[in-house]
Design a protein around this ligand. Structure first.
Ligand code: SF4
Length: 61
């Protein structure tokens, strides 16, 4: 599973709070710090995508 953050990101930081193992906040956009999402973080990563207010997280299975 992979995740990407689009330019729709408003840098609210919510994904970083939900899953800091995958997302970090840069200046004005969140970034994904792993290429392949480890099994143990996949549920949290999906939750972050669902909760993202800008719908900026794209998950690829
Ligand atoms: S939750 Fe969405 S809008 Fe907020 S920082 Fe993460 S990707 Fe950006």
């Amino acid at each position: 599973m992979k995740a990407t953050v689009t330019e729709e990101c408003i840098a609210c930081g919510q994904c970083v709070e939900i899953c800091p193992e995958v997302f970090v906040l840069e200046d004005d956009i969140a970034e994904v710090i792993v290429d392949e999402i480890p099994e143990e973080y996949q549920d949290k990563c999906k939750e972050a995508a669902e909760e993202c207010p800008a719908e900026a997280i794209i998950i690829e299975e």
